[in-house]
Each structure stands twice: as C-alpha cells, then as structure tokens.
Ligand binder design. Structure first.
Ligand SMILES: [Zn+2]
Length: 326
C-alpha cells in the first residue's frame, strides 16, 4: 500500500552477496474490479484485473518468470538466475490474491510469492486496512474530522506535532498526498492510540470488523489450495507495523510470529516483506535467526547486493503511469 516512507541509506545488513542479484521483482497489493468478490462493495480500489493481465503480457515478453525457490537458490549461491529474471510478489494476504492473482497465474503456469500476515492471534483488520475502509467510506476530510472529535487533548497534541513533522515530506498538495500525510500520522506516531478509535469508527460506519476480516484475508484452505497450485508464501509480520517505529522486542515478536505461521504453510527458509517497506538495522539479523534468507523492500531497484534489501517495482503504479519496467 502507498504509505509514508522514511529515508533509507541503502542496504542495512552486512550479508552482501558475492554477485549482485539482477532481478526484477514486481509488487502487487489489491487486484480487483468494482463490484467483484474481492472489492465486495467496499469502494476500495485496486489494480484492475485487465491491467494486471496486460502487465503480465508485457512482462512475459521481456522477462523469464522465476519462482521463489529459484530466487532462494540464487540468494544462497547455489544456482544463478536466468537473464532478465522476474519474480511476482503480492503483499498483505488479501482475498484478491486467491480470486484473481492465483487464478490468472495458474492459467499461465507462473508462480507467485505471497506475503501474508500471521492472522492466528488476530481477529480484526490491521490498522492499515481499517484506514483503507474508513477512507473509502468517509473520504479524507470527514475521516480526519471524526477522528479529531474522538481524540483526547494529549492525542490531539500528538496528532498536530506528527502532522507538522511529516508536512514537508508529504505536502498535502493533492488528495492523494493528503491521504499519505494522514496515513503517516496514524500508522506511525498515533498507531497505538488510534487503533481502538478506528476500530470503533469501523463498527459505526462500516460494520463488523471481525466479520469483514474473515472474508478479507486469505484463509488456510485458500492458502493450501494456492500452495498445491504452485504458489509460495513469505512473511509480512503479524500486525503490520513500521519496523523503524517499533522497538527491537516488538520486531522480534512480529518476525517470530511470521516464522511460526509459515511453518504451517511450507518448508523454509522463507522470504519476508517489510510492512510499508519500513527498515531497521537489526531486521536482517532477526530475520536470519528465525529462518528467513531474504527480505523485500518497497524501494525501486533492479540490482540487489544485499539479500535482506531486495527492491521491488510497484506494478499498480507502473500501470497507472504507463512507465516502463527498464
Ligand atoms: Zn503490507
């Protein structure tokens, strides 16, 4: 999802590969059309199914699709990738990936790597997804107003300070940029404070959060079917926090939960995708300790020297802008 991006200084781990990895990694989130099973009347838009298929056509003309096990072998120095290799990745474990991505990939005999949250202890939606629903329902101005009414004096002060801090990075010059500013405030500085406030707003303006979450995320049966159909799964934390915002203890909990979830899906070692692309110095070591051999960012990059800092291209953004994949 489009969210706030802190400044990064390139690779953060010392686990450099002998040979840089030349690999185009595509990143996808929602793939849906208005009114379909994945969109389900939520008003939350995504990459249209036809645009996704057209992008796969383009990519297949320029690239050789590879699987996660092939990338893993390359990362571990066992076997190089073919030239112009391309890996398709999908974040957040949403239903779109079962009803659209999986179906389309299977028809084309392509494998995808799907980054899912550990939902075992979670009944509701992660904060980022609560925000998506509420923005779609209320719009930016109204959501900001209602939120403000529901914050106490201390939280309002925090909100104002955070907004000031992100203003230069996300000048609200357009609706999209205004949304990014609000997201940065809510997903980082106020993430603890607003989670229950947003939960209450969800019940008031959208409906049952638990019920929504049940249909929103991939269930075990769908995941099993996708594995049987040649798809692979990686970790995407438990509660989807910014890793540079939470502390080391919380990062460990998030990564450990991911490993435990993946153990029930497919044998490791696994891949990980940083929630919102947020990075921290200790993440590579923590990931390595828990059975992850690679991690994917949201930074645009086609040549990767650090297995815990593999960049990706945003497929939806490319489709919208009509950019080339280079
Ligand atoms: Zn995500």
């Amino acid at each position: 999802m489009v969210g706030a991006q802190p400044a990064h200084a390139g690779g953060v781990s010392d686990k450099h590969m002998n040979q840089p990895l030349e690999l185009t990694v595509m990143m996808y989130h929602y793939i849906r059309d208005r009114g379909d099973e994945a969109e389900a009347g939520t008003g939350i838009s995504g990459m249209p199914v036809l645009a996704f298929e057209a992008q796969l056509d383009d990519l297949s003309n320029q690239h050789t699709f590879v699987t996660w096990p092939e990338v893993r072998m390359a990362v571990q120095g066992q076997k190089p990738l073919p030239t112009s290799a391309c890996l398709l990745t999908f974040d957040d474990g949403v239903l779109d990936h079962y009803v659209h991505a999986f179906k389309i990939l299977r028809e084309r005999n392509i494998s995808g790597l799907f980054f899912v949250m550990d939902r075992c202890a979670m009944e509701g939606l992660v904060l980022a997804h609560k925000i998506h629903f509420l923005l779609a329902k209320l719009g930016l101005t109204r959501l900001r107003e209602i939120l403000w009414e529901n914050l106490n004096a201390t939280q309002r002060e925090q909100f104002t300070q955070a907004e000031k801090k992100y203003l230069s990075k996300y000048p609200p010059l357009s609706l999209d940029k205004g949304i990014n500013l609000l997201k940065a405030v809510l997903q980082r500085d106020l993430s603890m404070e607003v989670d229950s406030v947003l939960g209450n707003l969800f019940e008031a303006y959208v409906g049952s959060e638990k019920e929504t979450a049940r249909n929103y995320y991939l269930n075990s049966r769908q995941i099993q079917e996708m594995v049987a159909g040649g798809m692979h799964f990686g970790g995407h934390s438990q509660s989807h926090p910014w890793f540079d915002w939470i502390d080391a203890e919380a990062r460990t909990v998030e990564i450990k939960a991911s490993a435990e979830r993946l153990q029930k899906i497919e044998p490791g070692p696994w891949a990980f995708a940083y929630p919102y692309g947020g990075l921290s110095e200790d993440s590579p070591a923590l990931l390595q300790q828990h059975g992850f051999v690679a991690a994917f960012t949201t930074q645009t990059q086609l040549r990767h020297t650090d297995p815990y800092f593999i960049g990706r291209l945003d497929g939806e953004e490319i489709a919208q802008d009509g950019q080339d994949y280079a």
